[in-house]
Design a protein around this ligand. Structure first.
Ligand code: FAD
Length: 471
């Protein structure tokens, strides 16, 4: 066992988690071992999968192989918004039909509460605050973009969102730059790295063996698959790939996800100033752009502010593009200052970036890698993974355990996944679309109409939160 000392040490949330919990002891894989199930990737998805398998079949030997430290990927560096799939109901409906879309969305709302219960029951102080999600508009074009969704949900007598009057939106968000909005009371926020480390500890308590600092260097797709690392290997009946953006290295998945950055900053703590503007509770807030602004306070009185700015990985190669401080922190700070000019005294203390595994329809998908009967994957969470990986864990556990149930037959287990164009067209196209979106949204912020070409290119963007013609 070593004391962890990897790249995750620079991460704002992980650093805070280590200060509170101490540095975890890590063990790497240095020999050949046998297991029943090997899970590659120790983020939320891999850990929930491991936990579900052990809960159902305690006698199985379950191994997690992690490149860095569990939670050092997106799970330990996200915004901490724990939201349901009700906002993505239209996309779900298009893929899975009314009944299954409603079932998945309902389960995703239950998953939010389940995370709270999991933390409470297992003594994990991940700052779970069920203070809701405020979905806003910051330009006239964005106002009412949720109506098509709310109208569709109302037809099924589902009303997860409250329509707020504009003064209430401004009050709840602590800024009058939010012009209008709707509120989902069932949403929550967490300290993401503490949740990831809590899942890690819980998995270990259930008997899951976790090898960290052990990147998989090769996957042998033999009848009994083998996960090979630099100094060891695991042969097991089943393999689950829960590698997020890093999974795009498999040719089977490469064109089904585009890897883009999301970039975040955290300010210094000033709870008094947040109190003054009314940001007392832990409401999660985002606007209705494609390159979303998302932000909230922390219990110690900071603002964490994120923006999906889209640094694209050519051909799904993640490399080191998503490690360390954000090269786009200045642009994120500018958006924060535009929304909260009155918080000028709160400096940016930290910035970071991370990879998002964006699918064309904004939904994750699950299946068998290259039709191998015993190698499963889950990918494509598209920047919304904290709640949905709870469902993802159920899906992957059911598949790995050969169960025939509502999760192994879930509408998100699918082959008909739309693909992005081949390289270099995807890369060049992504940059064109990103610049068109920047221009469009910049003009809309200044109450100006974008030209027809800009609008046409911007419409090629994959599906986000905002309901569009592609839903
Ligand atoms: C900046 C940012 C902000 C976000 N904000 C939110 C938010 O507010 N709300 C929300 O719901 N979602 C958010 N997300 C998305 C969310 O974090 C992810 O969808 C979720 O963490 C996915 O979990 P995962 O386990 O699939 O991925 P990860 O946590 O990335 O786990 C994958 C793991 O695989 C490991 N790995 C990769 N390659 C190998 C290899 N060769 N061998 C072994 N291990 C390997 C990685 O090290 C990593 O730990 C955000 C993401 C980012 C980057």
């Amino acid at each position: 066992m070593d004391n962890f000392n990897g790249p995750g040490m620079d991460n704002f949330w992980l650093k805070q988690a280590f200060e509170r919990l101490g540095k975890p002891q890590v063990r790497s894989l240095s020999k050949h071992v046998l297991a029943d199930v090997t899970i590659v990737g120790g983020g939320y998805l891999g850990l929930w999968t491991a936990i579900r398998i052990k809960e159902e079949s305690p006698s199985l030997k379950v191994v997690v192989v992690e490149r860095d430290l569990c939670g050092a990927g997106a799970s330990g560096r996200n915004g901490g918004f724990v939201t349901s799939y009700w906002a993505k109901y239209l996309s779900l409906h298009k893929k899975c039909g009314t009944h299954e879309a409603a079932r998945i969305a309902k389960s995703s709302a239950e998953a939010v509460l389940e995370i709270g219960t999991f933390c409470r029951e297992n003594g994990i102080d991940a700052e779970f605050r069920a203070d809701g999600w405020l979905w806003t508009a910051t330009s006239a074009t964005q106002v009412g973009c949720w109506n098509v969704l709310l109208n569709e949900l109302a037809k099924h007598h589902v009303r997860p969102f409250e329509v707020l009057d504009n003064a209430e939106v401004a009050r709840l968000g602590g800024t009058d730059r939010n012009l209008a909005g709707v509120f989902e009371p069932g949403a929550a926020t967490v300290q993401p790295a503490i949740l990831a480390l809590g899942l890690r500890t819980h998995a270990q308590k259930l008997g899951v063996t976790i090898y960290e600092h052990s990147p998989m260097t090769r996957l042998e797709r033999t009848r009994t698959p083998k996960v090979v690392t630099r100094k060891g290997s695991v042969t097991s009946e089943k393999v689950v790939l829960a590698m997020n953006a890093w999974g795009a290295q498999f040719s089977h998945l490469r064109r089904k996800v585009a890897i883009v950055s999301s970039d975040m900053i955290a300010t210094t703590a000033n709870p008094d100033q947040l109190n003054e503007i009314g940001l007392k509770k832990g409401v999660a807030i985002c606007d209705s752009r494609m390159f979303l602004n998302y932000y909230r306070n922390t219990p110690d009185g900071r603002i964490v502010f994120g923006k999906s700015l889209g640094h694209f990985a050519f051909a799904g190669r993640v490399a080191d593009h998503y490690e360390g401080p954000s090269p786009r922190a200045g642009e994120v700070e500018e958006s924060f200052r535009n929304l909260y000019p009155m918080l000028h005294g709160m400096d940016v203390e930290s910035s970071w970036t991370g990879p998002i595994d964006r699918s064309v329809d904004g939904l994750p998908f699950f299946g068998r890698l290259d039709d191998h009967p015993d190698i499963f994957f889950g990918i494509g969470f598209s920047g919304q993974g904290i709640g949905p990986t709870v469902l993802g864990g159920r899906i992957l556990a059911s598949l790995a355990l050969d169960e025939a149930n509502q999760w192994s037959h879930c509408g998100l287990v699918r082959d008909d996944v739309e693909e992005f164009p081949i390289e270099p067209f995807r890369y060049v196209g992504s940059i064109l679309v990103r610049e068109a979106l920047r221009r469009k949204e910049g003009l809309e912020d200044r109450a100006r109409r974008p030209d027809a070409l800009t609008l046409a290119i911007a419409k090629l963007a994959p599906v986000g939160y905002v309901p569009s013609r592609r839903n």
